[in-house]
Ligand binder design. Structure first.
Ligand code: SAH
Length: 267
């Protein structure tokens, strides 16, 4: 019988005498159905360059690498990277990068070529990684990300929903967001403490919203959501936004991103 992903993962850890490091968000994906969903969502082709963030033991990496032209695996835990090099020794299309994703720029990995990002994210830094992807000078064509269900829901939330807030606006300002699927704790080894979800981000090729001053725009969004149950009039008073055509008696969750863009641009 072919071993399951869970068996392969546990055997690898045992034979290298390693335990998952929770501090580094090490929860290995062991569910082949979920892996398939990720691969389908990424629409991989033989022309693709993929950057995999947090490649871990290389079990997911090996499935991805079969479908693409080249894969760049970045992993901060050197021991895991060594294990994955053994696991993936038969592949000639993988570059291993022993670095912290937050300390590199994506374009120094992609070298200006079009690329996709795929990651079962380390959850403790999912927000800064998403920020890095979305504000990169060279953004990926798409990113397929596994992250906490709660964070995924906030990213995809629309106005009027309880989860809609400044993070929804930040993400949707830069990208189309699609919640692909929910993933249960039992799809990982070891189980994470929270439920998970797969999200697909497609960065806008040209800016979707007309915003003259992005800093002002995000400052206004943050200030408005400081008190999400209250009218925006008071928290936004300091910005002196008068004739902007937006009703200042509304609550922040009632405003679309275009409304906030209008507030920030005054036209
Ligand atoms: N891709 C593997 C592992 C996912 S767990 C799988 O799906 O099974 C998240 C991985 O991110 C871990 O291997 C962890 O070591 C790695 N990681 C944590 N912080 C990182 C950072 N700052 N930069 C790069 N990788 C990181």
């Amino acid at each position: 019988m072919t071993p399951t992903l869970a068996q392969i993962t546990k055997e690898l850890l045992k034979s290298y005498n390693r335990f998952p490091r929770k501090r580094l968000g090490q929860h290995f994906l062991v569910d082949p159905g979920v892996l398939k969903r990720i691969i389908n969502a990424a629409q991989l082709t033989k022309d693709d360059l993929v950057i995999e963030i947090g490649s871990g033991l290389g079990v997911v990496t090996s499935e991805l690498a079969k479908h693409v032209y080249h894969l760049i695996a970045i992993e901060v835990d050197n021991e895991l990277l060594q294990i994955s090099k053994d696991v993936l020794s038969s592949f000639s299309n993988i570059t291993f990068v022993p670095k912290d994703i937050l300390k590199v720029t994506l374009s120094e990995l992609s070298l200006g070529r079009p690329y996709k990002v795929i990651s079962n994210l380390p959850y403790y830094i999912s927000a800064p990684i998403i920020e890095k992807i979305l504000t990169a000078a060279d953004k990926p064509e798409l990113a397929v990300l596994m992250l906490q269900k709660e964070v995924a829901e906030r990213m995809a939330a629309s106005p009027g929903s309880k989860k809609y807030g400044s993070f929804s606006i930040f993400v949707q300002y830069y990208a189309e967001v699609a919640l692909n699927s929910l993933v249960s704790k039992s799809s990982f080894h070891p189980w994470p403490e929270v439920g998970s979800a797969v999200v697909v981000l497609r960065p806008h090729k040209t800016p979707k919203y007309k915003v003259k001053d992005e800093k002002l725009f995000f400052d206004i969004v943050h200030a408005a959501f400081q008190q999400r149950r209250k009218k925006i009039r008071n928290p936004l008073a300091k910005f002196k936004l008068e004739d902007c055509g937006i009703d200042l008696n509304k609550r922040p969750e009632e405003l679309s991103i275009a409304d906030f863009a209008q507030l920030a641009s005054g036209d």
